[in-house]
Design a protein around this ligand. Structure first.
Ligand code: PEP
Ligand code: MG
Length: 754
């Protein structure tokens, strides 16, 4: 059974489109299970009906003609109940409805299972037998497993418009995709698809003008890879047995074979560029091998993939050349790195759309810092088909419109203009104090890390830097920067903001922040070696950084230290010991110094429970709500699949924040919030009620939050917090806060438009 299941799944995955995948599945299931009929119905929400999309056993002319209204018939009932229905005699069920076109009048045995993706019923998979019979538990499990497999393909086809195309029987003109809000704002532009240097699957199609030149380019890549393999084989000749070296010969031969090269060349001649032609050829060849029953032959599929990667590396230009950007570029990709944003010529980038990640991914944080809307976690993003397409990105609600209609385009042009007005209004209050109408000052500071963040932060009216992520300059280098190099980097930001304070967070790598030259391989990186744990294990790295910070602050005295990922007081004691040591060393070298203030980040739940012990030891606390939420709710901050569960307005997060404020204030220590929550206007209102002493956020969010602080008294915010303490649902809390902003005339902060 397991083998059959595996074979069917491989075949379905190799199908070039949904229609073919459905056809394969019904044919294979009918044959494997010995039933009389196997059919797939898909939901058409617009017409509120289920449509027969593929069948083996019924008349083929029934395909796409037979429909069952929502709420009618057994298929609908399976979907409604969201569970399998196994009926011995379907005809005697009260919901039984006969569809004559299928010729189904004689079928009695019925097993239907819903096809569900992310809690949404996409369709129903059904098998039938002529005679009355109850299907076995094994049959049921088999069908449920296949339905689960199918759900991914269907949901992808749904997102890409393929289902619509099939249902309508006409070309899909436009469609919408749903992701997660990443950075606020709306953008209209053209898609420039990015792909990681060696990821074949996400290579987009691209038209070529000079076909012969492209063929030549491809053939040159083939020759280069053949050479590469030969020299690889030669260099390993003394270390590997002959049988293993034969692998290289086999690869060289495979490359020399007509089938692979000619196949790709034919595709190039049909108009696709070499990378796109290679992608299709490799996928097709991999499927050929994977579908073979012989285990040895199946293994060859990985050789083909390897060849594909090698050829791609030859074909792929290094990074994106700046001139390839459109005047209004929306970057689109499976996963976009912070560095790729920086590669575009300034002014050309208007939006970001990523299949992975969420609002707390570092690329979203960077987009916010640059004031560019971002939509994250668009799981079904058809990356390969979007190059050059007209797109709209709505970073407030996480929507993407592909080839929008004239009406949608006009609406968003209007909203974009309103957004620009709102931005201008907000900037007009840059020099006004962040003070509530009842006289409470809540200093607003900036989060930075890149040199390019400094100017926008200063322009935004930041009263200092509340979080300088020192790992950022570490991330964009190819080795650890030395003490003097670091001193210069820190000096630059300290000078730019002096006499305003700059809180430099010590190195926080690990988790989702990797240094290319310091790889960390772990099964659970977020629960592993990261932040202060690395610094304490490598005092040589930590001390160098501390000395560089202290020296950088000479004569300015505006640097403060912040320790990331503290999970207990022992770590603070150890870190303070090293800070004192660095201080003494620098003083001994003759520098005139004051000991900098030291704070800890509260971003691990254990720190919340030890807040008083921590507050006694340090000068200030800063809550990292990105990690705190991740750890409190057990929701990976970068995993789009669980992103709807990541909510900083969860009552548990609010409860933790309350405990931190009370504990720290009992010891007279101020609390700041420097996670993304601080830049969320609705959350800022809540934080004001909680009595936060300062907030630190990206420059783009700062004017928005200042408007909130200047519009609400702390008394009002406290009353609202009191009211919300009875709420249990994060969504209801957000709705209430948004409503409060709307009523005060600040609705433009939480939705598109003014
Ligand atoms: C946080 O975790 O909230 C935080 C500010 O740190 P980072 O996002 O850099 O992990
Ligand atoms: Mg953090």
């Amino acid at each position: 059974m397991l083998d059959t299941l595996r074979r069917i799944i491989l075949k379905v995955n190799a199908a070039p489109n949904l229609q073919e995948a459905l056809r394969v599945i019904v044919t294979q299931i009918k044959a494997a299970m010995g039933v009389d009929v196997c059919s797939v119905y898909l939901a058409d929400p617009e017409r509120e009906q289920y449509v027969l999309m593929a069948t083996e056993g019924y008349h083929q002319h029934a395909v796409r003609r037979v429909t069952l209204a929502f709420g009618k018939g057994l298929v609908s009932l399976v979907a409604q109940r969201e569970e399998p229905m196994n009926l011995e005699d379907a005809a005697s069920h009260p919901r039984y409805a006969l569809a004559l076109e299928t010729g189904e009048d004689v079928y009695r045995g019925f097993l239907g299972v819903p096809i569900i993706q992310h809690r949404r019923v996409l369709g129903v998979l059904v098998i039938r037998k002529r005679e009355a019979c109850k299907f076995s538990d094994d049959d049921e499990t088999f069908l449920v497993t296949l339905a689960a497999q199918l759900s991914g393909a269907i949901s992808h086809a749904d997102a890409s418009g393929e289902i619509n195309e099939l249902l309508q029987d006409r070309g899909s003109e436009r469609y919408n995709l749903k992701g997660l809000p990443g950075a606020p704002g709306v953008a209209l532009g053209r898609a420039r698809v990015l792909y990681p240097p060696a990821d074949l699957k996400s290579i987009p199609d691209r038209e070529v003008q000079d076909v012969e030149a492209e063929v030549k380019r491809f053939r040159a890549a083939v020759l280069a890879v053949q050479d590469e393999l030969r020299s690889l084989s030669a260099s390993l000749a003394s270390q590997l047995p002959r049988e293993d070296l034969a692998l290289f010969d086999a690869l060289v031969l495979m490359l020399g074979s007509d089938s692979l090269v000619n196949n790709a060349v034919t595709r190039i001649r049909a108009g696709n560029w070499a990378q796109g032609a290679l992608r299709d050829t490799i996928i097709e060849h991999v499927a050929l091998f994977e579908n073979v029953d012989d285990a040895y032959m199946r293994e060859r599929a990985s050789d083909v993939r390897d060849l594909g990667q090698r050829l791609l590396a030859q074909l792929q230009p290094q990074g994106m050349e700046p001139e390839t950007a459109y005047p209004r570029t929306i970057l689109v990709g499976e996963e976009i790195s912070a560095g790729q944003l920086a590669e575009l010529p300034s002014g050309a980038l208007v939006g970001v759309i990523s299949a992975r990640g969420s609002s707390t991914s570092h690329v979203a944080i960077l987009a916010r810092a640059l004031g560019i809307p971002a939509v994250m976690g668009v799981e079904d993003l058809p990356v390969g088909r979007l190059e050059g397409q007209e797109l709209i990105a709505d970073g407030y609600w996480g929507r993407v419109f592909v080839r929008p209609s004239a009406t949608v385009r006009e609406e968003f042009q209007r909203l974009e203009a309103e957004e620009a007005e709102l931005t201008a209004d907000l900037h007009a209050q840059v020099d006004l104090p962040a003070q509530t109408p009842d006289g409470v000052r809540v200093p607003l500071l900036a989060n930075t890390g890149l040199r390019s963040d400094i100017a926008p932060s200063l322009r935004s009216g930041a009263e200092g830097v509340g979080l300088y992520r020192t790992e950022v300059p570490f991330m964009i280098r190819d080795r650890f920067p030395g003490e003097e190099e670091q001193r210069r980097i820190y000096r630059h930001v300290l000078e730019a903001f002096a006499p305003r304070p700059v809180i430099l967070r010590t190195l926080d790598v690990g988790g989702d922040k990797a240094l290319p030259y310091f790889p960390i391989q772990e099964d659970n990186p977020f629960l592993g070696w990261r932040g202060i744990r690395i610094s304490l294990d490598h005092p040589e790295i930590f001390l160098t950084q501390l000395r560089a910070i202290m020296k950088a602050s000479a004569g300015l005295w505006n640097a403060k230290l912040l320790l990331p990922m503290i999970s207990g007081v022992a770590e603070v004691d150890a870190a303070l010991g090293l800070i004192r040591r660095a201080f003494n060393e620098v003083v001994e070298e003759g520098a005139e110094l004051d000991m900098p203030e030291v704070g800890v980040m509260i971003e691990v739940p254990s720190a919340v429970y030890q807040v008083e012990g921590l507050a006694r030891r340090v000068d200030f606390l800063s809550v990292g709500t990105n990690d705190l939420t991740q750890y409190l709710l057990a929701v990976d901050r970068n995993n789009a699949r669980v992103a709807p569960l990541f909510d900083t307005l969860h009552p548990a997060v609010i409860g933790a924040l309350r405990q931190v404020m009370e504990g720290a204030h009992r010891h007279g220590k101020p609390v700041s919030v420097c996670g993304e929550m601080a830049g969320d206007p609705a959350a800022a209102l809540l934080l004001l009620g909680l009595g936060v002493d300062s907030l630190s956020m990206s420059a783009a969010s700062l004017p928005r939050v200042k408007w909130v602080i200047r519009s609400f008294t702390q008394a009002r915010a406290r009353a609202l917090l009191e009211e919300l303490s009875g709420y249990e649902d994060p969504l209801a809390i957000r709705a209430r806060l948004n409503d409060e902003l709307e009523q005060a005339g600040l609705g433009g902060l939480v939705r598109p438009g003014k």
